[in-house]
Ligand binder design. Structure first.
Ligand SMILES: Nc1ncnc2c1ncn2[C@@H]1O[C@H](COP(=O)(O)OP(=O)(O)OP(=O)(O)O)[C@@H](O)[C@H]1O
Length: 224
């Protein structure tokens, strides 16, 4: 984290409609370095659209994305500000892990220190990895890259439970250095990780406080 104090990433005024259907209508989201912020919502509620808009790859008129009050649109152009794992694979399948790590300026040994069995795969091409291993490794590379924020769209998807637990520990450890915004339907793992939980519901972004699980049941995200 910067010696000048935490950095604050804010997004608001984001409105998105497709064919007249409002997907995002009233959004205010805040994440600061040192925090893990969870973004939950039913399928199709607009979580991916919101992450793309914050990152800046989706252009939305009047969207305000700010860091410490300064407008940063598109945010991905600001050096060292943030990186983003989309729902689909991020890195070219022909790159080896070593090449991908070098491109991102990440020490691959340090990034995988808690996952010793991944060491045998450093010279594999990303396209040769299993789906779960590729997801895990891409998440680890972005997590360890030197940015103030990381946005993760379903980082746990396809990752086996024993690695999900270790990855969650790694996120907890690395939030000392950066702010994380993540969306994933694995609520049992996500909820204990998060300092703040938002729910996207009918285009509105609700910050959940108090009994988060009960609120998630009331809004129809959790069954029990
Ligand atoms: N380019 C597009 N054109 C039309 N509709 C779109 C487009 N992109 C997204 N949508 C619609 O916007 C809505 C929100 O999609 P989004 O992918 O953000 O949902 P999500 O909350 O991430 O869902 P999931 O949990 O299933 O991943 C969906 O109804 C989707 O069909």
């Amino acid at each position: 984290m910067s010696p000048a104090g935490p950095q604050v990433l804010e997004a608001d005024g984001i409105q998105v409609a497709f064919a007249g259907r409002q997907v995002l209508a009233s959004i205010y989201l805040r994440v600061q370095t040192g925090q893990i912020v969870g973004l939950l919502g039913r399928n199709g509620s607009g979580k991916s659209v919101l992450l793309q808009t914050i990152f800046g790859t989706r252009t939305v008129a009047d969207a305000s994305v700010r860091v410490n009050g300064r407008r940063v649109v598109p945010a991905f152009r600001q050096p060292g500000l943030l990186n983003y794992l989309p729902q689909e694979p991020l890195l070219p399948p022909s790159l080896t892990l070593r090449q991908a790590a070098r491109l991102l300026g990440v020490d691959l040994g340090a990034a995988t220190a808690r996952f010793p069995e991944l060491r045998t795969q450093f010279d594999c091409r990303i396209g040769e990895l299993s789906g779960g291993s590729a997801r895990l490794l891409q998440t680890l590379l972005l997590l360890h890259a030197d940015t103030a924020f990381s946005l993760f769209d379903e980082p746990f998807s396809g990752v086996m439970p024993v690695h999900v637990e270790t990855l969650a520990d790694e996120m907890q450890r690395l939030k000392q250095r950066k702010g994380l915004l993540l969306t994933d339907h694995r609520h049992a793992e996500v909820l204990p990780l998060c300092d703040v939980v938002y729910l996207l519901h009918h285009g509105r972004l609700l910050k959940l406080e108090g009994n988060v699980k009960e609120a998630l049941r009331d809004y129809g995200y959790l069954a029990h």
